[in-house]
Design a binder for this molecule. Structure first.
Ligand SMILES: [Cu+2]
Length: 152
C-alpha cells in the first residue's frame, strides 16, 4: 500500500508545480481588447468588461444623453465625455481582480448607482488546466504500469 502511494508522490509534486510556479512563458499572448461603452442615465452598456492580465484595453466611451464620466481608480483612469461625443481610454491591465468603475460626473438622481465592472483574469489559467490534465494522465499510466489491475 505504501509503495502505491509513493508511486503517486512524484506526479503529485509535479502537479503542485504546475499549479503554483509562475508560468509566464505559457501565458496567453496579450492582445488589444477594444470596447465601446455607452454611458447613459444611469448605466454603462455593456456593464462588465472582461480582459486577461497583460491585455491592452482600449475603451471608446460615448455619452448618449448628458455629460458622463468614467472613473477607474485602480488604473488611474478619469475621463469626461460630452453628449454625442466619444473619448478614448487606453491602459494595460496589469492587475488581476474585479474593479468597479463609476460615473464621475453628477448626471442625475441615480448617478451614484451608475457603476460598471472591469474583470481582469489571470491569463495562465488555461495553460495550468492543460498541464494538470497531462500530469494526471501520466500519473495514471505510471500507476497502472506498476500495479496492473487484478494483481494483488
Ligand atoms: Cu453619469
Amino acid at each position: 500500500m505504501r509503495k502505491r502511494l509513493l508511486t503517486l508522490l512524484p506526479p503529485a509534486l509535479v502537479a503542485l508545480g504546475v499549479l503554483f510556479v509562475p508560468l509566464d512563458m505559457f501565458a496567453a499572448t496579450p492582445v488589444t481588447r477594444q470596447f465601446t461603452v455607452q454611458a447613459s442615465q444611469f448605466a454603462f452598456d455593456p456593464p462588465t468588461l472582461r480582459v486577461n492580465r497583460g491585455d491592452r484595453v482600449v475603451i471608446t466611451l460615448e455619452a448618449t444623453d448628458v455629460v458622463h464620466g468614467l472613473y477607474l481608480d485602480e488604473y488611474d483612469v478619469n475621463v469626461r465625455v460630452e453628449p454625442g461625443l466619444s473619448k478614448q481610454i487606453e491602459f494595460v491591465a496589469e492587475k488581476t481582480g474585479k474593479f468597479r468603475y463609476r460615473c464621475s460626473v453628477s448626471c442625475g438622481s441615480l448617478h451614484p448607482f451608475m457603476i460598471g465592472e472591469l474583470v481582469v483574469m489571470p491569463n495562465d489559467a488555461f495553460a495550468r488546466a492543460v498541464g494538470l490534465t497531462l500530469v494526471a494522465a501520466l500519473a495514471a499510466l505510471v500507476y497502472l504500469s506498476r500495479f496492473p489491475p487484478g494483481e494483488a
